[in-house]
Design a protein around this ligand. Structure first.
Ligand SMILES: CC(C)(COP(=O)(O)OP(=O)(O)OC[C@H]1O[C@@H](n2cnc3c(N)ncnc32)[C@H](O)[C@@H]1OP(=O)(O)O)[C@@H](O)C(=O)NCCC(=O)NCCS
Length: 243
């Protein structure tokens, strides 16, 4: 990454960038053809003034990237949402730095909260994995309806509803501070704990990520088409029993 890029906590003085950020979020979602929860400039400004956002800028004050914090279920859960990097600055490590900063800010503000994310993006899965997140089922995320309402503006919302909020195109990942503290204590005590399948494979081999995402999308879309496209058989899928 260009060392001159500044990654810092956003403040209300950054409100000017809110519209640039929401426009880029919408453009990027369109370009990817994937779903995203829509955010308004006012919502982004609110996050900036509450000290719940991280922004990246060049020395000459050009916007580079952004991410913010949301809390759910009386601060039991926290999500680092709306990660976005300006296309000109992608693939140079900016998102990694923003996520590191927003993760540290989340841990400082909400030390007891579980931090989670929902994403279809390989880049975000990799970054989350390096931060200690583990893939989990949707049932391990917040049950707060307000969080799930955010998915209503996503193109895949019908799939989420048809799966009764148990699964969708996004992969769920979670950082559980209690679990991490337990793991650290075990490590300290030299009790070798074998890494689980996901822990090992997500960190070790990025191709496993890609195969996982493709497989999941294939299964979900196949099941969804069967139910929704006219003329298709409406037999229950074997996978439907598990997903
Ligand atoms: C996703 C996004 C935030 C990544 O930003 P970035 O600054 O390019 O990411 P980084 O350079 O920090 O890359 C982090 C890792 O992901 C990888 N990566 C980056 N873009 C990737 C892509 N499109 N596909 C697969 N891997 C990718 C990088 O190679 C790097 O991996 P490494 O650590 O093994 O080298 C950026 O592409 C973006 O803003 N996309 C549109 C919005 C979006 O998808 N947001 C995420 C919503 S959950």
């Amino acid at each position: 990454m260009d060392n001159s890029i500044i990654v810092r906590e956003a403040t209300e003085a950054d409100a000017y960038f809110a519209e640039i950020i929401t426009n880029e979020m919408a453009e990027s979602a369109k370009a990817r053809g994937t779903g995203i929860a829509k955010r308004s400039p006012d919502y982004i400004k609110e996050k900036m003034s509450e000290g719940k956002a991280v922004i990246a800028l060049t020395q000459s004050n050009e916007w580079v990237g952004f991410c913010y914090i949301e809390s759910w279920e009386h601060e039991k859960f926290v999500a680092n949402s709306g990660l976005i990097v300006s296309p000109a600055f992608r693939k140079t490590g900016v998102a990694t730095l923003i996520k590191q900063k927003v993760f540290a800010l989340s841990r400082k503000k909400y030390p007891d909260a579980k931090i989670f994310g929902l994403t279809t993006g390989l880049a975000v899965m990799k970054i989350n994995s390096d931060l200690g997140y583990e893939p989990v089922t949707y049932s391990q995320l917040t049950s707060d309806d307000n969080f799930w309402k955010g998915c209503q503006s996503c193109v895949n919302y019908e799939i989420l509803v048809s799966k009764e909020r148990k699964n969708c195109m996004c992969t769920a990942m979670l950082y559980d501070p209690v679990e991490k503290a337990r793991e650290a204590a075990e490590k300290k005590a030299h009790e070798a704990k074998p890494e689980n399948f996901w822990g090992r494979s997500l960190r070790g081999d990025n191709r496993v990520f890609e195969r996982w995402v493709k497989f999941k999308q294939f299964v979900l879309l196949k099941g969804w088409r069967k139910k929704n496209e006219p003329g298709e058989e409406k037999k229950p899928s074997l996978f439907g029993l598990f997903w």
